[in-house]
Design a protein around this ligand. Structure first.
Ligand code: G3P
Length: 225
């Protein structure tokens, strides 16, 4: 089992204009500096087109935002686990509510990732999906109610019960999985509350990627952990 330092903060830069290459470099530099200065386990999921450049040029663990359930070969436009590994990623987010996959695809990816020593953060819209994914034994499961994503309304305040219940139910199935949460996480207080509810970290995007002052925002996000 891979040892992931917790709490872990995964920043998913999605496909925002604020994370196109030159902008993404500025964001990653902030994450790298704050990770090094404060010793907080920040992982970064850049846009796929930026992954190799970011992973090779910055000292921060990178995840791809998605990976396809394929073996390498004649698969135009798809991305294999072998490709993200060669690009320098340590693993991938999968099944984000903005890029869902089937259970069989998740099973294929999680099993193949283990053979490649890549870690998987499997996203779940709700508790039942989280329980199904727990049986596949990913390293992390992030429960994220889609209706809160991008709203700035933190799941740790708006739906604390989904965090507590997901932690409880997932650990009944698999004690090795780290349960994270995401959606609307915007302040250090939101992160602190998520951890108090049993999450081992958070997945976040817009509060940092679209911040007027990303450095100030990230310092606030880690301020209470
Ligand atoms: O992957 C995390 C993301 O879906 C959360 O989005 O903008 O609410 O932090 P956001």
């Amino acid at each position: 089992m891979v040892n992931i330092k917790t709490p872990v903060i995964i920043i998913n830069s999605k496909a925002y204009l604020e994370s196109t290459l030159d902008n993404e470099v500025r964001l990653v530099k902030i994450c790298e500096e704050i990770r090094n200065e404060h010793g907080v386990n920040i992982m970064y999921a850049p846009q796929m087109v930026n992954l190799a450049y970011i992973a090779k040029n910055f000292n921060i663990p990178c995840l791809s935002q998605h990976v396809d359930a394929i073996e390498p070969g004649a698969k135009t436009g798809y991305t294999s686990l072998e490709s993200i590994k060669a690009a320098g990623a340590i693993g991938s987010i999968i099944n984000h509510s903005e890029h869902v996959i089937t259970f069989r695809e998740a099973e294929f990816i999680i099993n193949r990732a283990k053979n490649l020593e890549l870690i998987i953060c499997a996203c779940a819209d709700n508790i039942n999906i989280a329980k199904s994914l727990a049986a596949l034994n990913p390293e992390m499961i992030a429960v994220e109610p889609p209706e809160l994503i991008g709203t700035g309304i933190p799941v740790s305040k708006a739906k604390p019960e989904i965090i507590e219940k997901t932690v409880e139910e997932v650990y009944k199935i698999n004690k090795n999985v780290l349960v994270l949460c995401g959606a609307g996480i915007s302040t250090g207080e939101d992160v602190k509350r998520a951890i108090e509810l049993g999450a081992k970290g958070v997945l976040l995007s817009s509060s940092f990627v679209k911040a007027k002052n990303p450095r100030e925002k990230l310092l606030d996000l880690i301020s209470k952990i």
